[in-house]
Design a protein around this ligand. Sequence first.
Ligand code: S3P
Length: 735
Amino acid sequence: MIGRLVVIGLGLIGGSFAKGLRERGLCREVVGVDLDPESRRLAVELGVVDRCEEDLATACQGADVIQLAVPILAMEKLLAELVKLNLGEAILTDVGSAKGNVLRAARLAFADKPVRFVPGHPIAGSEQSGVEAANGQLFRRHKVILTPCELGDDAALQLVSKLWVELGADVECMDVEHHDQVLAATSHLPHLLAFTLVDSLAKRSENLEIFRYAAGGFRDFTRIAGSDPVMWHDIFLANREAVLRTLDVFRGDLDALRDAVDAGDGHQLLGVFTRARVAREHFGKILARRAYVDAMHSNDLVFLANPGGKVSGRIRVPGDKSISHRSIMLGSLAEGVTQVEGFLEGEDALATIQAFRDMGVVIEGPHHGRVTVHGVGLNGLQAPAGPLYMGNSGTSMRLLSGLLSAQSFDTTLTGDASLSKRPMNRVAKPLRAMGAVIETGPEGRPPLTIRGGQRLTGMDYEMPMASAQVKSCLLLAGLYAAGHTSVTEPAPTRDHTERMLQGFGYPVSVEGSTATVEAGHKLTATHIEVPADISSAAFFLVAGSIAQDSELVLEHVGINPTRTGIIDILRLMGGDITLENQREVGGEPVADIRVRSAQLKGIDIPEDLVPLAIDEFPVLFVAASVAEGRTVLRGAEELRVKESDRIQVMADGLLALGAKVEPTPDGIIIEGGALGGGEVWAHGDHRIAMSFSIASLRATAPIRIHDCANVATSFPNFLALSEQVGIRVAVESQA
Ligand code: S3P
């Protein structure tokens, strides 16, 4: 690819760069330069370079690319030497860990001579040093930051970038100041801490004792104290300002922690430690700006559902998503410590936890569904350091917008690609009428920026659509608004917010279709047991109904009357569903649900059931497409603005499987019949992915379902439970 590569400085980084490009046969010749004769000898012997030169001018003759891999403080001198040579068209680049200082030196040296210089920094390396540690694979899957400046042209940037890409690196560009600040925090500060810790302990008289008992913690934390002292001395001198800024912030945090230890403030310690632990565990996901979850991540996750099968067994599906969200929100605003059990450990609910952690609430867990929320009271939230990322979760964004409209600080709420397309004016408009100041993206879409310090006034609001999210949002704002806030709904929607507020001792009056709160009361911590989610159970209710010779029991499912539309609709279609062991748990009705196979028939779905089954329609469409006769749904235009346009996406998929369906603006018409196999797309919508998995029970050939990663938002163990009861769906590939 290039003629002659010259690498000046044959240490770990320079040597690895030379060796990697040489091994890949990308340069006609690789020439090394180093002051140390032993390094020059070894470099040739170890195949790092083709030849070595002692003299810089000889080495650089006819060079196409010159890599400057000397310690940062040697750079100034080296550049002064290079400027005296005839470099022709050669491109200069470097690998220094701090860039401002190098760039200053280059500008000084080449003040009146043309040059093509592309500053760079590979974020790779190890505590090993020297040419003998050179490794052609060192940069694979590592980041390389280029900080292009006026000294280099576009072609030079492209070429340097390409060389790193050939070595397997991910190349990114940044401006110089930003690079130096980021690296001061992520690399330079940790090295400083490791060096001081080892030195400080080593100096003490009992050092033998300390080192003898130094266990994993000390060893892990101080590994980088074995790094090259000269190189690091250079880095700190070169990146002085940025390091000092970071160090001062860190010193403040360290002092706060010292004070907490001194004062026996366990709460403060727990706050720092729980936040840090989660941040550390989920590093990669934070980077990808994703919510936290361990299960299925890839966007291209494909499910393969094999046809046929019968279902049987007893299972408990994960906790209710709506109730899980609310347990964190109200637990955070309560006074005292709230224990939650049965919490849904799916990405959506985890996004809510993270948002409250970001606002200073100490939240332990979740661990096996248990979460401990250390409430801060209605006025105890603190400004988050950055935007609150809500992932795929519309409930988090809409409910939080009400709460945040009344805080003293500004917040920005962002979401993933799907959430970023969803309508937010339904909450922004009424909140503004209460005095909130909210900016949205174009057409009322996220991100939302909410200005703090506003005085809200209560109002009576007639909702234009039946939405529990809008109702809950306004009730939460109403906790802070002068006077009373009432919300009237055009049709019943889930009432978990009203029930749970009462469970926390906050008065809510519900008269007919109107719920009312007034400010001036407080929430008191409580114990919450989250029932299994009927919206997750729905997949198995349809599975048990449509599969042959099947019988399944779903344990401990929430059967709040605002959620049971799925049961009513399946029964109207001829489904065989019975509720057993009905009881009330923490203010919510619960039952074990038994479902047996039945020959379903098509129906006109009563419109008043639509809000009570709003999340269950994708899987109900599957039931309808294998039922006898025609099913008609009307009055369900809300489905078009869920995680996907659920009318269109389901119609497309069912058509691909050979069903007879016709989408309408506010619903769908489905002629029941047989389902074949085929290829369908979930469009990142969890409920679509799971619905087509269920369809396989009656399909005649396999169904490949694309874009299933978001199943993890509401039902992380869907595949495991499906397998347990006999549904033959599994991950096909992670493309
Ligand atoms: C939810 C309400 C419903 C539902 C969503 C969760 C809630 O949305 O679709 O999955 O927890 O309040 P709408 O209230 O917007 O219909």
